[in-house]
Design a protein around this ligand. Structure first.
Ligand code: GRF
Length: 225
């Protein structure tokens, strides 16, 4: 059975690009059927169009409040009948109603080692906190902002000369590995949310999430598929 995927984004869409690239030339059952943005200028929309993926804009500025925006967004998303909805740099806080509607089929990527540094300006905050490690996390989305069950994390060391910009660049390179990895797990039916807990191959994922380093073989299998 095929897995229909809708990607939501607000920015340049490098994560979307990584997802698209990881599907190409594979015999996967997964297909990105649409990319939706809340911002007209989002570069991710161009990337999707170039890849032959349907695009749509739901501009949050045209809605009176969060509820009406989310209703419109849900209607648009549901018109594509997705099995999985991926938040790839989607910079809007979603209502509980929205999150419940997509429960178990909503994945997000956050640029920190959750539960550290929820919210914005994560690279700056990692530096200010004197963190020796930083990174990114893929997680299922629940009603608590950046608080849903963790799936997989990638870690980078923080160097003495690092700036928010240099951290952002290195973290993004890692995001482009862990997001496709988690997406492929979901497509293959290996990754599921069961009783509000993330499971891989029927086994509970530890609260701190899996580590990318432990899945190099999976990455190779994915590349060969
Ligand atoms: C990513 O770093 C993601 O973690 C954050 O927004 C960024 C999106 O980048 N929430 P892009 O649009 O995928 O290039």
């Amino acid at each position: 059975m095929s897995c229909r995927i809708v990607v939501l984004l607000s920015g340049s869409g490098t994560n979307l690009q990584a997802l698209i690239d990881s599907l190409q030339g594979t015999n996967t059952n997964g297909q990105i059927v649409a990319a939706l943005s809340n911002r007209p200028a989002a570069g991710g929309l161009d990337r999707a169009a170039k890849a032959g993926i349907a695009t749509a804009l739901v501009d949050h500025q045209l809605y009176a409040d969060r509820d009406s925006f989310d209703q419109a967004l849900m209607a648009q998303i549901d018109s594509y009948q997705p099995d999985l909805v991926i938040l790839a740099g989607f910079m809007r806080i979603l209502t509980p109603n929205f999150v419940r509607h997509y429960s178990g089929r909503l994945l997000n990527i956050h640029p920190s080692l959750l539960p550290k540094h929820k919210g914005l300006h994560t690279h700056q905050r990692a530096l200010e906190a004197g963190d020796r490690e930083h990174g990114s996390t893929v997680h299922f989305v629940t009603e608590e902002l950046d608080g849903g069950p963790l799936v997989v994390q990638a870690r980078i060391p923080v160097d003495a000369g690092d700036t928010p910009q240099s951290l952002a660049e290195r973290v993004q390179q890692q995001e482009h590995l862990i997001f496709p990895l988690a997406m492929h797990w979901f497509i293959q039916g290996r990754l599921r949310l069961i009783d509000n807990q993330a499971c891989l191959d029927g086994e509970l994922i530890p609260v701190g999430g899996l580590r990318l380093d432990d899945f190099e073989t999976d990455m190779r299998v994915q590349a060969d598929a």
